[in-house]
Design a protein around this ligand. Structure first.
Ligand SMILES: CC(C)(COP(=O)(O)OP(=O)(O)OC[C@H]1O[C@@H](n2cnc3c(N)ncnc32)[C@H](O)[C@@H]1OP(=O)(O)O)[C@@H](O)C(=O)NCCC(=O)NCCS
Length: 154
């Protein structure tokens, strides 16, 4: 993810449907902040959310990757994903998330991977389940919102 991806990332993160389980869709400035956050993660952690593109055409699909998240006082590594509305339900999130799980295990040597998911977000829960994560518990975020913790041992 780089500054040159701002148009596509702003469209993705500005889509109210894609962001239905967030507080609000992101503005263009916030999308730039998202890119900069991930560039900081690449530098500091060696991973972050990456772009998903179609092989061949390089058409923009969305983002997927690994980010540190504090959960109940412990920093865990989460797999996350967002797919453009018009390209959803074609298996892209599952393919990308499975690759990130394998990278977490094989290249980074991580022993555990989680996903924090809104209880109503069935699509995201299915992606997590399809790459081997299972429901572990619920957690209450600082905002007061309850999320489901999905997890797998790698
Ligand atoms: C979650 C998301 C990334 C899934 O992307 P996708 O590329 O459509 O996912 P896939 O095509 O790999 O589908 C994976 C599974 O989810 C199911 N699924 C996809 N969209 C669904 C929906 N809206 N409702 C119910 N199930 C859904 C698919 O049917 C498939 O399960 P199956 O094989 O049992 O049929 C996409 O819906 C999205 O971007 N949502 C908004 C952002 C978001 O919520 N991200 C996660 C934050 S925790």
């Amino acid at each position: 993810m780089a500054a040159g991806d701002l148009d596509e990332m702003a469209t993705l993160l500005g889509d109210p449907e894609v962001m239905a389980y967030y507080d609000h869709p992101k503005s263009r400035d916030q999308a730039l902040g998202w890119i900069e956050w991930n560039q900081g993660l690449y530098r500091d952690c060696g991973f972050g959310l990456w772009l998903i593109e179609l092989r061949g055409s390089a058409e923009f699909v969305g983002d997927c990757g690994l980010t540190p998240q504090e959960v109940d006082g412990l920093v865990e590594i989460e797999v996350g994903y967002h797919v453009r509305r018009t390209l959803q339900r074609r298996g892209y999130a599952t393919e990308a998330a499975a690759a990130c799980r394998d990278h977490a295990r094989d290249a980074l040597g991580l022993r555990r991977l989680i996903a924090l998911i809104d209880p109503a977000n069935r699509a995201s829960q299915r992606v997590a389940e399809k790459i081997g994560l299972t429901f572990e518990r619920e957690t209450v975020r600082a905002s007061g919102k309850t999320l489901r913790v999905y997890a797998v041992s790698l």
